[in-house]
Structures are given as structure tokens and as C-alpha cells.
Design a protein around this ligand. Structure first.
Ligand code: GUN
Length: 296
């Protein structure tokens, strides 16, 4: 259930609606790809262990892939699997011409070196965009050749739905510096001509920065991080936080932004129903892009 919001409905950015439009467009392009090459783009997802939240995310990814006409397999490995075994599976999939995208769901069990696993995925099949080659292409402005991380791409589409593609003259503030969200979204915002500031856990007086943000991206994974006094009136607020909290005896998913307290925001993404559906839509686009790069 969406959080009770004191923000008028027209201020909410409906991520599900934008994702539906993206997926419909990808489905058309998938049909054209099949007609041209006689094969469907194929996504292979690996999940290690039995984390319930990860299983839900992975199921949604595979179901969406099939719904838009792509092939998809989810491979479940036990939490006790060795790093060598996982690396061997990735190597086999890397050499399989029928597999266009490989995604290893994170987090991985403690015995795994996450960076080593991500480095083993061939960059052309790295639909998460986490490989250092893809990160490097993005960082050097070669986005067209790169597979770019899905959540940052999804955030950009939502921002685009409000501000258009050119963010010249706008101040963007990103809270969080993870390789999955904070760093790549800062690169994308800068390449769209925004003036970008990255805040993190060691930043002093964060409010001095957030209060001048025309676009505020909260990606710290901290419930209640952003409240009214942090937000410039009229700003666009993108909430990437996924925090599971207890409310009235129920487990609920909530963002980093206190929706009840940021009525001053111009536009805001809800949690759930904002960035989440966009992440999956962008994974579909990336899988198609990977298939095109490998086949074309
Ligand atoms: N875990 C949480 N988000 C993601 C994601 O975007 N990709 C992968 N592989 N794992 C995740």
C-alpha cells in the first residue's frame, strides 16, 4: 500500500505508468528484433540464497521479460555455493551465444567477493551496468556504447518526464555514493547538463546543499532522511530508498523521504510505485540493447 500522502495526487510522479509506456515501447522493439534475427533477446538471472526480498525482485524481472516477449531463465543456487562454482556458471553463460544478458542478483552471501563476481560478467552481457568497463564508459561520456545501471536510468526517465532532457541551469543534489545508484546517477545528471553535488554520510550541514536543489535524489537507504526543511519549494524529489519498516504490525516498504512532510516539493516519486517499476523497465531496455550490440 502506498504511504499516506499529504501531497496532492498531481504532484506524484507515477513510476508504474511511465514504466508501462517504456515496456510497451520495448515490446515493440523486441518484436522487430525477433522478426529480423529469428531469436528473442534472452536474460539469464542468477540468485544465490533465499533472501525473500531478492526473490521477489527477481521474479518481477523474469515475469516482465517474458511479458514483453523476451526469453528469461532464473537460476537458483544455494547460499552455500562456492565462488568458484558461481564463476564457472558465469563463464559458461558468457560463452553461450543464446544468452544476451546475465544478471547476478545482489547482495551475495558473505563468502563471495562481489567485485570479482561482477568483473567476471562479460561487459557486453552486463545488463546491470556494474562492470568497470561499463562504469568507465559512462564516466567518460560514452553512454551510447555502455550498459548503464538500471535504477539511475529509471530515475533519469522520471526526471525527464518533469524537466525534459536538458537540465541546463538546474542544481541537482544526489544523496548517496554507491556504485549502483549514487555515482552513476550523478554522471547521468551531469551529462544532461545539471550542476551536480553528491552528498554522503560524511557531509556536514547537508541541508545547506539540499535546500538549493531543483532536483533532489535520495539514495541513502535511510528512512526519514529527507523532510520538509530539506527541500526547496517546487523541487523535484526522486526517492530511491527501499526501507522495510513495521507499521501497525505490518511490514511496509518506505522510501528515504518523509512524504507526509515534504508538501513543498513540486513533484515527488512515491515508494512503492515510483523508481521501483522503472528499474525493471530499464533492465528490459538494457537486455534488448545487449542483444542488439551482440547481434547487430
Ligand atoms: N539488488 C538490488 N538492486 C539490484 C540491481 O539493480 N541489480 C542486482 N543485480 N541486484 C540488485
Amino acid at each position: 500500500m502506498a504511504e499516506k500522502s499529504y501531497i496532492s495526487p498531481e504532484k506524484l510522479i507515477d513510476g508504474k505508468a511511465v514504466a508501462d509506456v517504456c515496456n510497451a515501447e520495448t515490446a515493440k522493439r523486441v518484436a522487430a528484433f525477433k522478426a529480423k534475427y529469428g531469436i528473442a533477446p534472452f536474460l539469464h538471472v542468477i540468485i544465490v540464497g533465499e533472501d525473500k526480498a531478492s526473490q521477489t525482485y527477481v521474479r518481477n524481472k523474469a515475469e516482465t521479460a517474458r511479458a514483453i516477449g523476451m526469453g528469461s531463465v532464473t537460476e537458483e543456487l544455494p547460499a552455500t555455493v562456492t565462488q568458484e562454482k558461481l564463476l564457472a556458471r558465469i563463464a559458461a553463460l558468457g560463452g553461450d551465444a543464446g544468452v544476451h544478458g546475465i544478471l547476478v542478483q545482489l547482495p551475495l552471501p558473505k563468502q563471495m567477493d562481489e567485485n570479482a563476481i561482477l568483473a567476471a560478467i562479460p561487459p557486453a552481457k552486463d545488463v546491470d551496468g556494474f562492470h568497470v568497463v561499463n562504469a568507465g564508459l559512462l564516466a567518460t561520456g560514452q553512454q551510447g556504447k555502455a550498459l548503464v545501471p538500471c535504477t539511475p536510468l529509471g530515475c533519469m526517465k522520471l526526471i525527464e518526464s518533469v524537466h525534459g532532457r536538458d537540465l541546463s541551469g538546474l542544481n541537482a543534489v544526489v544523496i548517496g555514493r554507491s556504485n549502483i545508484v549514487g555515482r552513476p546517477i550523478a554522471r547521468l545528471l551531469e551529462q544532461a547538463n545539471a550542476t551536480v553535488t553528491i552528498l554522503h554520510s560524511r557531509t556536514r550541514n547537508a541541508r545547506a546543499f539540499t535546500a538549493s536543489a531543483d532536483i533532489l535524489v535520495a539514495a541513502a537507504g535511510k528512512r526519514g532522511l529527507i523532510s520538509e526543511a530539506d527541500v526547496k519549494p517546487g523541487a523535484t524529489v526522486v526517492d530511491v530508498g527501499i526501507n522495510v519498516v513495521e507499521e501497525g504490525g505490518k511490514r511496509m516498504v518506505r522510501g528515504d523521504v518523509d512524504n507526509a512532510g515534504v508538501a513543498a516539493a513540486g513533484r515527488i516519486t512515491p515508494v512503492p510505485g515510483g523508481v521501483g517499476p522503472m528499474t525493471i523497465a530499464m533492465l528490459m531496455e538494457n537486455t534488448l540493447k545487449a542483444a542488439e550490440l551482440q547481434t547487430g
